[in-house]
Design a protein around this ligand. Structure first.
Ligand SMILES: C[S@@+](CC[C@H](N)C(=O)[O-])C[C@H]1O[C@@H](n2cnc3c(N)ncnc32)[C@H](O)[C@@H]1O
Length: 313
């Protein structure tokens, strides 16, 4: 069937009309579920180029956008106060470290509650738990002071949940990120001599202008979702080369077509690079099989984020 250029707008605006009526009648949960599920369906039903135009500009013309932007989490992502998508402050809404202003109106508060308790937010929390558990496992198995590198660390919130970090039994945990504001938060909040912040971009790692060695664990969460396949593949090889024998690499990526994808790409302007489990596994393709003692992929409990774990032979 040939779709005319207005039909995605017509479908989108009809959905947004319904959602607006629900939100204004005091039923925020129904309105949010309606718009979240509906936006994903529209993304899947129309050609990618039509979806891109709709998701980047056309949706803004509907007044429900202003209502939904009363949610500080959604608006933070949309307005990108740090100049890039998915900053650590945004994740702090999900982790419960950032609270809305006291003056926030009821609707904004209800939408915020809905967003930070959505399946995708549960997955982000579960991802943090996987990181904390991995740090603890690596620390408990090591017979020497453990050396860990967190790439694109954000606020390093997983360290607050790691028993090994809290007990001071990590040799060194390097928190590496491009954003000086995030590193300031770590320096302020962790009174722990073993945590060291380093400002840098993954591009400098890929170009091998900056390097680390003899690591027991290197990991990245919330980073691969922004990297092209060739760049992610190169970075994976470089991260793997930083490990000592027996060291572990762990990277995470959102999977395609999760429940909130349409909402994120419109109201939040948060576009990610999604990977299936096998696409994620494929970022290890530059590493010789002889160098890998163990390779596995797995999901966090909600099934929206895949992990690749490699152990060096
Ligand atoms: C979504 S946050 C994830 C933070 C943390 N890892 C977590 O899971 O909560 C993404 C982080 O990646 C960092 N980042 C993005 N691109 C980067 C790059 N090219 N080099 C270094 N850090 C980068 C951002 O500054 C931000 O802190």
């Amino acid at each position: 069937m040939q779709l005319d250029t207005n039909s995605i707008q017509a479908a989108g605006y009809a959905l947004m009309d319904d959602a607006q009526a629900m939100l204004l009648s005091g039923n925020a949960k129904a309105g949010m579920d309606h718009v979240i599920l509906g936006m994903r369906e529209i993304k899947n039903r129309y050609p990618a180029t039509e979806w891109r135009d709709f998701a980047q500009t056309t949706f803004l013309g509907h007044p429900v956008t202003q209502l939904i932007h009363q949610c500080p989490f959604t608006y933070h992502s949309f307005s990108k106060p740090r100049g890039y998508a998915g900053d650590a402050e945004l994740l702090d809404f999900i982790y419960g470290f950032k609270q809305p202003s006291q003056n926030l109106a009821t609707l904004g508060r209800e939408i915020l509650e809905h967003c930070v308790n959505s399946p995708i937010s549960s997955s982000v929390k579960a991802r943090k738990d996987v990181l904390a558990r991995t740090i603890d496992d690596v620390a408990s198995e090591a017979t020497h002071p453990t050396r860990i590198l967190s790439i694109a660390c954000g606020h390093l919130r997983e360290a607050k949940e790691s028993v090994a970090v809290q007990e001071g039994s990590i040799g060194q945990l390097v928190a590496f990120d491009q954003d000086p504001l995030s590193l300031e938060v770590i320096d302020r909040e962790f009174d722990n001599g073993s945590i060291q912040t380093i400002r840098g971009s993954v591009t400098t790692l890929v170009r091998q202008k900056q390097s680390f060695e003899n690591l027991d664990l290197v990991y990245a969460a919330g980073l691969y979702d922004y990297l092209s396949q060739p760049f992610a593949t190169r970075l994976t090889k470089i991260m793997f080369d930083m490990l000592r024998t027996g060291g572990k690499l762990l990277v995470a990526n959102f999977i395609p077509d999760h429940r909130e994808v349409g909402y994120m790409e419109t109201f939040m302007q948060w576009q990610l690079i999604y990977r299936t489990e096998s696409q994620l596994a494929n970022v290890a393709k530059e590493i010789s099989a002889l160098e890998i003692a163990n390779k596995r992929t797995f999901f966090e409990d909600n099934g929206n984020i895949a992990f690749l774990e490699l152990v060096k032979a």
